[in-house]
Design a protein around this ligand. Structure first.
Ligand code: ADE
Ligand code: ZN
Length: 336
């Protein structure tokens, strides 16, 4: 359609995509077979890729999704598995007209299974290099910490020699915080973020996805984040919304994710118009495209169908995404 083509051609930046969330049921089953990984036999969803995909249509919450997300990634074992996964994503991103991609990964979900951090990194960095060379997409890797794990475990990973190397060499430029939200508030990770800040890493955290807006102010205050992932609950705190607008803190909104994980009832309940009216900077992202039924362009199209943004609105959204990116000033100038 003409609208889809207009949206495809915009110089889009993606800031909220978990590479493990790009694992489709088909790839999951083929990697599990190759690596002799047994999938749960007491859950009929794992009978076939089709039945798994069907189960993905019926998530009841963030935690219900995360259960499948962590089982799914157990099929990833070798560096080439991780490369294949990320390359799949970058090809979709390129077809959707993504110019710059800042991608999350969850190392603790792999190291806990005995996969070395460097194995994960080898695969992901190979795919990033290939995306830059063959697709012209600039990339940035963000190392996410799992908030359902104790701070001690997170600090242990952070202090690991290989992890430190990846930070100091610039291969990984940012840290994030994800997984189950409500029982694990941002302040639990103050020490982790102060260490990351001291290294000069960029800082972001999931906040205000399922949990209230107080998690957003908590992340800003205690973690010194300069970006908020999701953040849709912000509209329930007008004062905080004004602060975030005036400080130009970017939210990475994931509309289809919010619907599929039941954070909102329908796409019209994603607070796109409220954020625009309040002057809050935000980008539109896919989160876990293989699980939520769409990549970035599907999210743009869904937002357009629900909110009928003007050409000017779209130009402003895309501009906010470029300005809120963590790429070089030169790259931003190219994209603007
Ligand atoms: N991990 C992958 N996707 C996530 C999401 N939407 N929220 C929290 N953790 C996640
Ligand atoms: Zn996410």
């Amino acid at each position: 359609s003409p609208v889809r083509e207009f949206l495809r051609c915009l110089p889009k930046c993606e800031h909220h995509i978990h590479l493990e969330g790009a694992l489709t049921p088909t790839v999951l089953f083929s990697l599990a077979a190759k690596n002799n990984i047994t999938l749960p036999q007491d859950d009929d969803a794992f009978k076939s890729p089709a039945s798994l995909l069907e189960r993905y249509q019926r998530f009841t919450s963030l935690d219900d999704f995360l259960h499948y997300y962590y089982i799914g990634m157990s099929a990833l074992v070798t560096a080439s598995d991780f490369e294949h996964l990320a390359w799949d994503y970058f090809q979709h991103a390129s077809a959707d007209g993504v110019a710059h991609a800042e991608v999350f990964f969850d190392p603790q979900a792999h190291t806990a299974r005995g996969i070395k951090y460097n194995t994960v990194m080898e695969g992901f960095t190979n795919a990033c290099k290939r995306a830059e060379k063959e697709l012209g997409i600039t990339t940035l890797l963000t190392c996410c910490f799992l908030r359902h794990l104790p701070l001690k475990d997170c600090l242990e990973l952070f202090d690991d020699e290989d992890v430190q190397k990846s930070y100091k060499s610039g291969v990984v430029q940012a840290i994030g915080l994800d997984s189950s939200e409500k029982p694990f508030p941002p302040e639990n990770f103050t020490e982790l973020y102060s260490k990351a800040k001291a290294l000069g890493l960029k800082l972001t955290a999931h906040a205000g996805e399922e949990a209230p807006a107080s998690y957003i102010s908590n992340a800003l205050q205690n973690l010194s984040v300069t970006r908020i992932d999701h953040g849709i609950q912000l509209v329930n705190d007008p004062e905080l919304m004004q602060k975030i607008a005036s400080e130009k803190t970017m939210l990475t909104v994931c509309p289809l994710s919010n619907v599929v994980l039941r954070c909102v009832d329908t796409i019209k309940d994603v607070p796109i118009r409220k954020l625009l009216d309040a002057g809050v900077q935000f980008s539109i992202n896919s989160d876990d495209p293989a699980y939520f039924g769409g990549y970035i362009l599907d999210n743009y199209v869904a937002v357009h169908e629900a909110f009928a943004l003007s050409v000017k609105d779209w130009e402003n959204v895309v501009k906010a995404g470029i300005e809120g990116s963590w790429c070089s000033a030169e790259r931003k100038d190219q994209l603007l």
